[in-house]
Write a protein that binds this ligand. Structure first.
Ligand SMILES: CN(C)c1ccc(C(=O)NC[C@H]2N[C@H](CO)[C@@H](O)[C@@H]2O)cc1
Length: 482
């Protein structure tokens, strides 16, 4: 099939016109030569998916309330290819030095659901407010809890300090008992050097299980770290970086190839304050495989006005500041590492929600960043309400994107019925470039210019193409067949 030809399902058309690049949200796209995670074929991965799922935080078995049918629906409706899958220290290591292989079996079962559908998985050692063990009523068993989640009860040392009931879950973070639990974990108190050691070895046990699992590409070492009495650079450049280094070293004892993802402290940095995180060294042979996995939650959005009026203006300013800080840490501090926006989200019923979503995904596209939206749980933040009704998230996310690129994407943009990708082909990568095309924009055949069509699968919605050999750069444009 010659370059510029139509794929299966129609005649052959060669279009010579070049398309204006239309951003998914109408935004212009800046060239991006950012580094990417790669698959085993060496293709650059553009990762789009969800956090699955908050419901795992309090589940006695540590699993999300998410079935294989839920994944089939997500895949059919949005063509996602990535998941930030929540796991927990309490489930991995229910007793000191004892690793629950039956729990890891359950995780592996869910990973296989994703693998069978061509997804990549990042395992997220999740915590919020340290542990469910911070309050008796919040602890439904060894640290499984709704108020707090993450650490097992045996690793929760509050030294008898109080944790009073709070009107909002976030306020539990600054309760004396919770502050002490974090201070003991980070050994700020000097009393518990063993806890970070346990944490690193728990991650080693997880990595030992998934080191040879092609679907698991990354480990997100800690969700939204909190420094207790230590905040800001003193925390991030101190005990947080030390824990990341110790844990990276432990993982590399058993897994040389998965990316190790580090995140800044949540408070402040989620809202755009620059992070003080310092370099983490990857002891693996060859290129480092560290990634930076920040979250984005602009404070103005929380004011309840949504993405409109002054709240929109302030949110835009937050996104600009946040992006500059993220690109500084990933590009300069960590030495040029891929970015995955581990969390962002909003109540999709708020004014301007679709515009906010488009703006964040436009920024992610320009940054070359992966995205895992918070979260897949039923409700107004997610893609589906508890009764299964779709929110506007489904149509907003269901756009063309280049899932796996045989080289480096330098610029891409899309709208529901077109995609344009400029890339630097890597001749060493023999696998074709893979592009997702939604049914809504591509009900029949496709028209491709700038590449040879390898396959167009209307069931999986995947188009695979090969760019002309020997070209330093290639621009692939995909539109619906006439
Ligand atoms: C006071 N501190 C330390 C604090 C407050 C609030 C958040 C938060 O909203 N985070 C955003 C979302 N991330 C979690 C899951 O990782 C969700 O429960 C939050 O909505 C984090 C930390």
């Amino acid at each position: 099939i010659m370059a510029g030809s139509l794929a299966v399902g129609g005649g052959v058309a060669v279009a010579q016109s070049s398309l204006p690049t239309a951003g998914s949200g109408g935004g212009s796209s800046a060239a991006s030569a950012a580094p990417y995670l790669t698959d085993d074929a060496g293709r650059s991965l553009v990762l789009r998916g969800f956090n699955t799922a908050s419901s795992a935080k309090s589940a006695p078995d540590g699993m999300p309330d998410f079935t294989e049918e839920d994944l089939t629906r997500e895949h059919a409706d949005m063509g996602t290819n990535f998941v930030r899958f929540l796991i927990s220290w309490r489930s991995v290591e229910p007793a000191p030095g004892q690793y629950d292989q039956a729990y890891l079996d359950r995780v592996e079962d869910r990973v296989s659901w994703y693998a069978e559908r061509g997804y990549k998985v990042m395992l997220d050692m999740h915590q919020d407010v340290y542990s469910g063990a911070i309050t008796p009523e919040g602890n439904n068993g060894n640290g499984a809890g709704a108020i707090g989640n993450g650490a097992p009860a045996w690793a929760t040392y509050m030294d008898g300090l109080p944790v009073a009931p709070q009107p909002r879950w976030e306020l539990y973070y600054i309760q004396p008992g919770v502050m002490r639990a974090f201070d003991n974990f980070w050994n700020t108190t000097g009393k518990h050097p063993e806890l970070v050691e346990h944490y690193a070895k728990a991650w080693r046990a997880v990595a030992d299980r998934f080191a040879d699992n092609d679907a698991v590409v990354a480990y997100d070492l800690m969700n939204e770290p909190f420094g207790g009495s230590l905040q800001g650079p003193a925390f991030e450049a101190g005990p947080l970086a030390a824990m990341y280094q110790r844990t990276t070293d432990a993982i590399r004892e058993v897994d040389q190839d998965s990316w190790v993802c580090v995140a800044p402290q949540a408070i402040g940095v989620n809202q755009g304050v620059p992070s003080g995180l310092t370099k983490i060294n990857d002891p693996r042979a060859g290129d480092q495989r560290i990634a930076y996995c920040p979250h984005l939650y602009p404070l103005p959005l929380d004011l309840g006005d949504g993405y409109s009026g002054l709240s929109r203006t302030l949110t835009d300013a937050t996104i600009t500041t946040w992006r500059a800080s993220i690109e500084h840490v990933a590009g300069t501090v960590l030495g040029g590492v891929p970015i995955i926006i581990g969390e962002f989200g909003l109540d999709t019923t708020l004014p301007g929600a679709r515009d906010y979503l488009d703006r964040v995904y436009d920024n992610a596209r320009e940054m070359g960043a992966g995205v895992s939206y918070w979260s897949s749980d039923p409700g107004p933040w997610g893609p589906y309400l508890p009764d299964g009704t779709r929110t506007l998230l489904v149509d907003t996310l269901n756009k063309p994107y280049p899932r796996a690129v045989a080289g480096t994407p330098t610029e891409w943009s899309s709208a529901v019925d077109r995609l344009q990708l400029t890339m630097r082909p890597d001749p060493a990568v023999t696998a074709p470039t893979e592009i997702y095309l939604p049914q809504s924009g591509f009900p029949a055949g496709v028209k491709v210019e700038g590449a040879d069509v390898v396959d167009w699968n209307r069931q999986s919605r995947l188009l695979t193409v090969r760019t002309p050999a020997g070209a330093d750069t290639a621009t692939v444009t995909v539109t619906p067949a006439a």
